[in-house]
Design a protein around this ligand. Sequence first.
Ligand SMILES: [Zn+2]
Length: 228
Amino acid sequence: MKTDLADEIIYSRRKTLAISVLRGGKVVVRAPLRTSQAQIYAFLHEKAGWIEQARAKMQRLQPTAGTYTYTDKEQIWFLGKQYPLHLVNRVEGGFVFEPDKGFLLGKGQQAQAAQLLTEFYKRELRIRVARLIEVYARREAFHLTAVRITSARTRWGSCSSKGSLNFSYRLALTPPACIEYVVVHELVHTRIPNHSRQFWAEVARILPSYRQPREWLKKHGNSLPLLS
Ligand SMILES: [Zn+2]
């Protein structure tokens, strides 16, 4: 069943009707088993105003990210670009990246693909982050205690009160300018822990072009694929 207000109705052993609007604008109704169509219809019309508002808001957001399937010719993100995956008979060392070809993965390694790709992203990001930190920490005399590459899904980076910086390996999917922006953002947090005017002025002084990569992350960050 489909009404003009809902895209999907899910029946389950629940007690009450509920509506949720997903990123991208899809409207889902959850209903107790054996709820009649008339009941659902009445409920939807009662909430019509709210649904329209929520839908307008969520349509502006990217739909929730999909998950890699690690099948031949799938597009794999790396540094803000997509490269095809080639399943090959034999390859040394898990996920192999060749800039002109894309990614190579052994056919026998598909089961470990997510883990191998995570390791690849972590390795690549660690190198890039270390290089950037060296440049900026030296130039601006930032003091930091540790740098970690984490598996965080919802935040790109963080900075502890003791000056230890964390960066999500998922940054390896984003353009180099985004990695640079997040590194500078977290470095500035070692001095200014909040997002005050002074904070943003300091980010702008060190990295005048920070707005574009920040926008890229806002626009595309949530729709980048998950590894598993
Ligand atoms: Zn921040």
